[in-house]
Design a binder for this molecule. Structure first.
Ligand SMILES: [Mn+2]
Length: 277
């Protein structure tokens, strides 16, 4: 295997983009580098006693398509809740609407690698290894300074992981990976290491290893784990880990809305089933 092919394969395994600009590894220099300060690394959410809970994969600024998918399952904002696995922004046409969604009391999200890169760009200290604008981040430059600041504040407040109580136990959401196959590790992360995709903290947002190696080992100390980041053709389960980014942000993809109680995609509500009995 040629060296370039070998490198390319490793980048795929690590979930690292093929087009990398700037230095790698980033110089520690980045003494001025802002440290991500999620409100809390792991956010714990009590059970929903009034309605249903769903998880959705990467949204990437395709909020209209997401809304259509929610309509199809009869999502009720009065009692249902939606948990996103991160990558709310970049690539799609409506990234600027992210603030409106994050304002909704029924919408929650963890931080994906794109949310992290957008935050860094918005505070004027771009994540140096990746050219964020070429990864779908142009939308930020169209915003005013005030709007960019508001986006930065909201993205910075996203937790790295969310735990939702269900009748079967805690279900955890983290964008790409759970380091060490142990959910408890998420509470020991050093968020200052987020600039290195190989660090435990970085793997949470960048790793594609499990899906690409079909690793079906279980993540300990959690009932089930939900990931996005790695786009799959259909809902993929490996051990107790669910991959649900079915490319709703792509022309031929679709949004999977995973019912957290059943750990299965939500059924569409047909017109006839919506009619009163
Ligand atoms: Mn991602």
């Amino acid at each position: 295997m040629k060296l370039s092919q070998s490198l390319s394969r490793w980048r795929l395994l690590l979930g690292w983009p093929h087009r990398v600009s700037g230095r790698w590894p980033p110089a520690s220099a980045d003494a001025a580098q802002p440290v991500y300060s999620a409100g809390q690394a792991v956010q714990r959410i009590p059970a929903n006693i009034r309605g249903r809970d769903f998880a959705v994969g990467d949204i990437h600024g395709c909020f209209d398509e997401l809304q259509a998918a929610l309509n199809e399952i009869g999502f009720d904002t009065q009692c249902d809740r939606l948990f996103a696995v991160g990558d709310l922004v970049d690539r799609g046409p409506q990234s600027h609407e992210v603030l409106a969604w994050l304002d909704e009391p029924w919408f929650f999200s963890v931080c994906g690698n794109h949310d992290y890169m957008a935050w860094r760009a918005a505070v004027g200290q771009p994540f140096s290894p990746v050219d964020h604008r070429r990864q779908g981040g142009e939308w930020l430059s169209a915003l005013s300074a005030t709007e960019r600041e508001a986006v930065a504040q909201r993205l910075q407040a996203l937790p790295l992981a969310i735990e939702v109580a269900t009748s079967a136990g805690w279900v955890g959401l983290v964008h790409a990976s759970c380091p060490g196959n142990d959910w408890h590790e998420l509470r020991r992360l050093n968020l200052a290491e987020l600039d290195s995709p190989h660090s435990d903290a970085g793997q949470c947002m960048w790793s594609t290893r499990r899906a690409l190696t079909a690793d079906s080992s279980r993540v300990r100390n959690i009932h089930a784990v939900i990931h996005g980041h790695t786009t799959v053709g259909r809902h993929l389960v490996l051990g107790n880990v669910h991959f649900i980014d079915t490319g709703g942000w792509r022309p031929h993809g679709y949004f999977t809305l995973l019912d957290l109680e059943r750990l299965a995609p939500a059924a569409r509500v047909t017109r006839s089933s919506m009619l009163p009995a």
